[in-house]
Design a protein around this ligand. Structure first.
Ligand code: NDP
Length: 614
């Protein structure tokens, strides 16, 4: 086995993928299975490179001195150019006619011009901060004429090739500066590059408070759910009125657990039905794309039909309300068992299938954040299934059960206005998620986070049992609201929904097809990865417009519960914290992915979620 040539921490010259340019990089790690070096560019961009794409700085200096004389490369390029452009050129040694000699002169002149252009192109982009800005799509116009870090492998590229390099890496020559407006105002065809191959390496930056934080969260999250549910059951759910702990044996009921399992496996059957289109997810680190069946909305219709049948046969959906805590315990036990299974199977998963964020080597951290990115049993994608089906559909079924329980307990002929609002708003949210199921494929949960306790518990327990808190609260604490108040809250929810939906669709459509004519009016900053960053439309308003819309909706879901207690506002408070934290995580990932292009975006769009506030 050949040993690695470059050590961690060594500063070397790395070729920018697909181009002829070499920049100064630092080796951060080496994968001896894939034989790839992870290198860090000066702007923070990390890439995985083959050994053949890396040169020592000394060899570069040597080459540079050769190339500065420019003859070898110039000669070879000149030859290749002549061959391609003048197939009918007389053989060597034959006398030229005057016109031929003129042509030759023109050709030579052109060659020299091209040489200058090629040199100019390369000279413009040195791997200093300036340079990294540029190849990350930074539309700065100040350059330094310093070739010290550039190696010219093939000096005289044909025009098109040069143009390709320029466009792909968002580079442009000085000459173009005058003609060109800021690069992000251009309307040019955007060709996504092949994804940059990045082999998952060990997670070095731990999130969620690292090992201690994740250890505590494993206990804190379930404790919070049970605390909220116990509080909600109390007549006086004030924060200071701590609920009495129930007897342990009252928390478990095998029948309830059986119903939960039935629900879970029924949803799994719906998921497996061969209806709905099959789409590809975003490229993985190895360039592969997984296939996903989009049939969540069918699952919703089938679930609605099944519930309809149960109600028709007088099944008391209130059973859910009466055994709510036991259902939560069953779901928690199941999610714990699932997380253990996921962790154990992840130990055998190939390195390239591990999540970038959940591969720290620390058991508790990887168990919590998720070690494997896309655990699948055959074509059954466990994470994708849990994200939208049992939990999300479970949430609306629980809401419906609460509505029926309210009518029954308070002897109402129809549900309260508050309950109708909460049910309708949240139903809209769930139906929207299922209708736009494909959009989930570009979210952080699918593309970045592994499947571990965090998502398993989040999807199966937190979403159905905490998000339904307002409906649960209203059963025990009825509130009367007037029609004008209901109308105002409805308008608020619609505004939030509009922002949320249009922002998500804009980004999703742009990611899936940047050349979509419907997006022709949007401007973007190109980045070195081939993806653009939208700077107009919703994504030019704030950096996470979809979070803004989501938070506005969250407020509209809590308002129908009145102002007697803070408990029904738990969701909106928690949600703001969640999305602020999530936004920070996403910013961090985007900074790593896009380097200074991301900084440029941040300058252009200064507010993260709330315009003029945050
Ligand atoms: P987003 O859908 O906001 O995706 C973030 C990604 O979008 C970034 O990593 C980047 O990925 C891309 N991006 C960022 N800026 C731009 C830009 N200017 N132009 C183009 N692409 C950009 O992330 P989430 O997965 O966090 O959220 C998805 C939805 O789910 C949101 O509406 C959120 O509110 C909601 N959500 C709801 C939760 C709930 O519990 N109800 C919990 C969490 C989220 P790249 O460049 O790689 O494509």
């Amino acid at each position: 086995m050949p040993s690695r040539k470059f050590a961690d921490g060594e500063v070397v010259m790395g070729r920018w993928p697909g181009s002829v340019l070499y920049y100064e990089v630092q080796v951060t790690s080496y994968d001896d299975v894939a034989h790839l070096y992870t290198v860090k560019y000066k702007d923070g961009t990390e890439l995985a490179l083959k050994e053949s794409d890396i040169r020592s700085q000394s060899s570069f200096k040597h080459r540079k001195s050769q190339s500065s004389s420019s003859s070898p490369s110039r000669r070879s390029s000149s030859r290749s150019r002549s061959r391609s452009r003048s197939p009918g050129r007389p053989a060597k040694g034959r006398r030229r006619s005057a016109s031929q000699s003129r042509e030759h002169k023109d050709d030579k002149k052109k060659t020299i011009q091209e040489t200058s252009l090629a040199l100019a192109v390369l000279v413009l982009f040195k791997p200093s901060e300036n340079n990294t800005k540029r190849y990350n799509g930074e539309p700065e116009s100040t350059e330094k004429n310093d070739t010290s870090c550039i190696i010219l492998e093939q000096k005289l590229k044909p025009d098109l090739e040069i143009k390709r390099v320029l466009e792909q890496y968002s580079l442009r020559s000085r000459k173009d500066d005058k003609k060109t407006e800021e690069i992000f105002s251009e309307k040019k065809t955007f060709v996504p590059l092949k994804p940059i191959e990045k082999v998952p390496s060990k997670t070095k930056e731990l999130e969620f408070g690292g090992r201690i934080g994740t250890f505590m969260l494993v206990f804190l999250l379930p404790a919070t759910v049970f605390y909220l549910l116990l509080m909600c059951k109390q007549d006086d759910p004030s924060l200071l009125n701590f609920p009495a702990l129930p007897a342990l044996e009252s928390l478990w009921d095998w029948r309830v657990f059986g119903v939960f399992l039935l629900w879970f496996f029924l949803q799994a059957v719906f998921y497996l039905l061969p209806v709905g289109k099959v789409v590809e997810g975003l490229p993985l680190s190895n360039g592969r794309k997984l296939q996903y069946r989009i049939n969540g909305f069918y699952a919703f219709i089938l679930t609605a039909a099944a519930i309809g049948v149960l109600l028709y046969f007088q099944f008391e959906l209130r059973y859910l309300y009466d055994h709510f805590m036991q259902f939560a315990v069953s779901a928690a036990a199941f999610s714990l068992a699932l997380s253990i299974y996921l962790y154990v199977r992840s130990l055998k998963a190939p390195e390239e299938e591990l999540a970038l964020g959940g591969n720290s080597g620390y058991f508790i951290y990887d168990f919590f954040t998720g070690h494997e990115l896309n655990p699948r049993i055959g074509s059954f994608d466990l994470k994708y299934f849990c994200e939208l089906r049992p939990g999300l559909l479970g949430w609306v079924v629980i809401n419906l059960a609460m509505l029926l329980a309210e009518m029954k307990i308070h002897n109402l002929s129809m549900p309260s206005l508050s309950m109708i609002l909460v049910n309708s708003f949240q139903l809209l949210y769930v139906v929207d998620a299922l209708w736009n199921e494909e959009a989930i494929l570009t979210t952080m949960d699918i593309t970045h986070d592994g499947f571990g306790f965090m998502l398993a518990f989040g999807d199966l327990v937190w979403v159905p049992f905490v998000y339904s808190l307002q409906a649960f609260y209203l059963v025990g604490h009825p509130i009367t609201i007037t029609w004008p108040v209901a109308a105002a809250i409805t308008v608020l929810n619609c505004v939030g929904y509009y922002i949320f939906r249009s922002a998500n669709s804009q980004k999703n459509n742009f990611r899936r097809n940047p050349t979509d004519p419907k997006l022709a009016n949007l401007k973007f900053i190109p980045t070195a990865t081939g993806k653009g960053l939208l700077v107009t439309g919703w994504w030019g308003f704030v950096r996470h417009p979809n979070y803004l819309g989501d938070i506005v909706m969250a407020l509209a879901w809590s308002l129908p519960c009145g102002f007697n207690h803070i408990l029904p506002y738990f969701y909106v408070i928690y949600f703001i914290c969640l999305l602020v934290h999530r936004e920070a995580r996403d910013e961090h990932h985007c900074k790593q992915k896009y380097g200074l292009a991301w900084e440029r975006y941040c300058q252009r769009v200064p507010y993260r979620i709330f315009p003029y506030i945050y």
